[in-house]
Design a protein around this ligand. Structure first.
Ligand SMILES: CC(C)(COP(=O)(O)OP(=O)(O)OC[C@H]1O[C@@H](n2cnc3c(N)ncnc32)[C@H](O)[C@@H]1OP(=O)(O)O)[C@@H](O)C(=O)NCCC(=O)NCCS
Length: 189
């Protein structure tokens, strides 16, 4: 019902259109889901997030920082009918050399394995190369996170190296894989 009222907005230029998803700006009314995701043990484990319990105030502070930082562009991943599923970002952007790091999280577990993550990564990379004149995108993936590695490889990222034991969680040091993608290498998944 709500979406019928706002249906004109779905085509607005500020929304980036993918095949299965659209990328929107993250709004203040999206914060409750982010609070849940930031405290979800499985997401923390897979994405290598800070394992401490996060308060509402900390999530609000994260929102203020990531939506105002000139080096970060964060987007809400929404299904075609408007359901908020996760976030994707360009972080540590270096505009002069056209480089940034891609991070992605589908917070709603029931949507994993349906092609959403691959489409979101492809859609954002295409936008970054074509509209933001990025030349090189990077991603860092924990060695145990095969699903994440797969989605980056599906759109053309190549493993370029391993940061040995650079992440600590659950009483153990983990290797982190560094993946890279040049603008001429993007593949549709
Ligand atoms: C990682 C994530 C973004 C992937 O999104 P998704 O929508 O689940 O992924 P997709 O459905 O597009 O693709 C998953 C791919 O991984 C493959 N896959 C799943 N489990 C796998 C495993 N254990 N080993 C290898 N490949 C695996 C699937 O077969 C599929 O590849 P295919 O299309 O070639 O068959 C999502 O699962 C997520 O947010 N996970 C938690 C947070 C996280 O890990 N973030 C990434 C931090 S770098």
């Amino acid at each position: 019902m709500r979406w019928r009222r706002f249906s004109g907005l779905l085509e607005r230029p500020g929304v980036i259109q993918g095949k299965l998803i659209r990328l929107w700006s993250v709004e203040r009314h999206d914060l409750l889901k982010n609070y849940q995701w930031a405290n979800d043990r499985e997401l923390i484990r897979l994405a290598g997030m800070n394992p401490l319990p996060k308060s509402v105030w900390e999530v609000e502070r994260w929102y203020e920082t990531s939506t105002t930082s000139p080096n970060t562009q964060i987007f809400a991943i929404k299904s075609l009918d408007g359901e908020y599923l996760g976030n994707i970002e360009l972080a540590d952007m270096e505009v002069r050399v056209g480089r940034a790091e891609v991070g992605v999280l589908i917070g709603e577990h029931s949507f994993w394995g349906k092609g959403i993550g691959s489409d979101a990564v492809y859609t954002l990379c295409k936008f970054a190369f074509e509209e933001l004149r990025m030349h090189r995108l990077e991603a860092r993936v924990l060695e145990h996170n095969e699903r994440a590695r797969r989605i980056f490889e599906k759109v053309g990222f190549k493993t370029e190296g391993v940061e040995r034991e650079s992440h600590y969680s659950e009483g153990k040091w983990w290797n982190v894989k560094l993946l890279g993608l040049l603008d001429r290498e993007l593949d549709e998944p």
